[in-house]
Design a protein around this ligand. Structure first.
Ligand SMILES: *Cc1c(COP(=O)(O)O)cnc(C)c1O
Length: 350
């Protein structure tokens, strides 16, 4: 077809499966196995359908922005709120990566980065992780159009020290550096304090993992007001009303209940500690994880085989048919009961 010459062609990102069948143990997309804070359910009941008549408020003026600003001790003008961190990151790519020079990110990382680069026609170069899957700050010193990396990294789960993150930010003062902290609440140290010192740093977080609200789609970026203003200019040039009224109201409750949030993260970390022992005892090896998943390889049984057999047992984990990582499984930390079911199933496989 002639019109196809004018199509913006792209190979889309493939998320983990969302099976609609009941009874699946879903350890494949790093969702939190626990429900959101109790106040969220209350806010759903209290939501006035009549309020949906109006367009939503501007996110930066809402109670959600106030709650996040208070929680992180920053100004409301230092927060950009979006439809999950995927939306936030996509806006960041569109806004800040306009250079002719390639942006840098690790070769093994969140597999959405190269998709956004492709869709926005941003040149990029990947930097190989070390043999033990670590990001090496010295690889991010050459001239570039921007830098983005998750900390902890996905899907390896390995965390970088604050000093290492700062080294990357410090060595790249002429471009924007984005730290994707989707998993930071499971034991890592956030780079947030560095935003006061560096006007080129954006820290991105999400409600999808540690705040148990993947289905509500809330994410945010934090940085100096100048960065946030540029982001808002682009966002308001694409779609003014990305955040719906319900999400804005429910998100507040998740931020306010700090006790529930901390308990939830601690439960996951405890279950992870136990999982390390259980998996190691069954012949798995894995890098030290600071996230709500473990990236594990078995000493003798191929990852693909384990992946398929677990699936036959209604246990879903994630496996990529990709160089360097095709003998690894990314296993999300579920409840203790879900993990027990995983160990029982593994006993029949490995
Ligand atoms: C899950 C995840 C995201 C996106 O999460 P949202 O649900 O869009 O907030 C971003 N980056 C990494 C590394 C992730 O694992």
């Amino acid at each position: 077809m002639k019109w196809e010459e004018n199509v913006r062609r792209v190979v889309p990102y493939t998320p983990g499966e969302q099976p609609q069948k009941a009874g699946i143990i879903k350890l494949n997309t790093n969702e939190n196995p626990y429900g959101p804070a109790p106040g969220v359910a209350r806010a759903i009941r209290d939501l006035d359908a009549e309020s949906l008549r109006l367009y939503p408020a501007f996110p930066e003026e809402t109670d959600l922005a106030k709650a996040l600003a208070a929680y992180y001790h920053i100004g409301q003008d230092q927060i950009f709120i979006g439809v999950g961190s995927d939306d936030v990151l996509s806006m960041i790519f569109m806004t800040f990566f306009q250079s002719d020079k390639p942006i840098f990110f690790p070769d093994i990382t969140y597999s959405f980065y190269d998709v956004w680069a492709d869709v926005y026609r941003i040149p990029y170069e990947t930097k190989a992780l070390s043999a033990d899957f670590l990001i090496r700050p010295e690889d991010y010193k050459q001239p570039n159009g921007g830098v983005v990396f998750p900390n902890p990294n996905a899907p390896t789960g390995e965390v970088m020290s604050l000093a290492m993150v700062e080294e990357i930010v410090k060595n790249n003062r002429d471009v924007v550096v984005v730290v994707d902290e989707a998993y930071i609440d499971f034991g890592g140290i956030s780079a947030l304090p560095l935003i006061e010192k560096y006007d080129n740093l954006l820290v991105v977080q999400t409600f999808s993992k540690s705040r148990c609200m993947a289905g509500m789609r809330i994410g945010y970026a934090m940085g100096q007001p100048r960065l946030i203003r540029y982001l808002n200019d682009v966002k308001y040039s694409v779609n003014s009303y990305t955040m719906n009224t319900a999400a804005l109201a429910l998100g507040v409750e998740a931020v306010r209940d700090e006790v529930y949030f901390k308990e939830c993260c601690e439960k996951i970390m405890k279950t992870r500690e136990r999982a390390e022992k259980e998996l190691a005892g069954r012949g798995f090896v894995f890098p030290k994880s600071c996230a709500n998943f473990i990236f594990a390889s078995h000493k003798t049984v191929p990852a693909r085989e384990i992946f398929e057999k677990l699936k036959q047992n209604d246990i879903y984990v994630r496996w990529w048919n990709k160089a360097r990582i095709d003998n690894y499984l990314r296993i999300t930390i579920g409840t203790d009961e879900q993990m027990e079911a995983l160990y029982r199933a593994l006993d029949k496989i490995v």
